[in-house]
Ligand binder design. Structure first.
Ligand code: 9MG
Length: 274
């Protein structure tokens, strides 16, 4: 049976996987401090596991447009205790970071995926992950989180994003990284208008066929959902489930979501109907 090698795990290719978003950003815990934030994140992770998440994606820095960068030491302080608390939880652990030093520590701590919104472009990023067996998610982003949404422009968004991903795959494999470890992600909302996002969503299968690498899609609660539904971020559950199913219909093998229980149920019904 064909499988995705994913760090310590082998996942079937016969169904889409659900990656639950686990924020280690203690914004709402300024009073309770670090331990309250850690406790809350662990409780949230345990709930996502009960809800059927295949992968937990731990992130210590928000990538929302305009979000301030987090210093290295602070990101490590947020992320590492969570990795240690969760690495033996039975599900795969991914770390969302673009910092090579965080990648190194995460790899040493035994995570299964590094999810880099910067496509492993930072100096030292490739060296940090090269000798591990982690899966690597290579995402496209135009510019950086501070500037990415300032009038993004492409002549042909699908062609340009595909070319970027092809170049990153070539660089990573030339460095000795097995192509089987790689995942591609068009980076919905990262330097794209609503039209760009939907053009990329519809081009999922074409990108997978062209690049020969499986696709991870993250649309959950994003503005591309709000633009179509007219709903604010806290009312985007149904739209996000629609987006997750659309992404899978267009070839995604992992969907990165906030609402794990609802997405897992929707995908079970989807799967039963195929
Ligand atoms: C961290 N992060 C936020 N949005 C994301 C997306 O769409 N894909 C990936 N891989 N990571 C994301």
């Amino acid at each position: 049976m064909p499988q995705h090698k994913f760090g310590r795990f082998n996942f079937p290719t016969s169904r889409a996987l659900v990656m639950g978003i686990l924020n280690a950003t203690p914004d709402s815990f300024s009073d309770g401090g670090q331990f309250a934030a850690l406790d809350y994140a662990i409780t949230h992770a345990e709930q996502m596991i009960r809800d059927g998440a295949d992968i937990l994606d731990i992130g210590g820095e928000s990538s929302r447009p305009g979000a301030p960068p987090v210093p290295l030491e602070e990101e490590l302080r947020r992320v590492l205790p969570l990795i240690f608390a969760l690495r033996d939880c039975g599900q795969a652990i991914s770390v969302d970071t673009y910092k090579p030093e965080v990648m190194r520590e995460a790899v040493l701590a035994g995570v299964d995926m590094i999810n880099d919104i910067n496509g492993f472009r930072a100096p030292g990023a490739i060296e940090a992950v090269k000798d591990s067996d982690c899966a690597l998610c290579v995402m496209h982003m135009l510019n950086n989180p501070t500037t990415m949404q300032a009038q993004p422009e492409y002549n042909d968004v699908v062609r340009e994003v595909t070319a970027f991903l092809a170049e990153r795959i070539a660089v990573l494999t030339a460095a000795g990284i097995d192509k089987e470890r790689l995942w591609i992600d068009p980076g919905f909302g990262f330097g794209k208008t609503v039209e760009h996002n939907y053009a990329l969503l519809k081009a999922g299968r074409q990108m997978v066929a062209e690049l020969g690498v499986p696709l991870l899609a993250g649309l959950s609660r994003k503005s591309m959902i709000g633009a179509v539904t007219g709903k604010p971020v806290e009312q985007r559950l149904a739209g996000s489930i629609g987006g997750a199913l659309a992404a899978v219909a267009h070839g995604a093998q992992i969907v990165r979501v906030h609402d794990v229980a609802e997405t897992v149920d929707a995908l079970k019904v989807w799967q039963a109907a195929h």
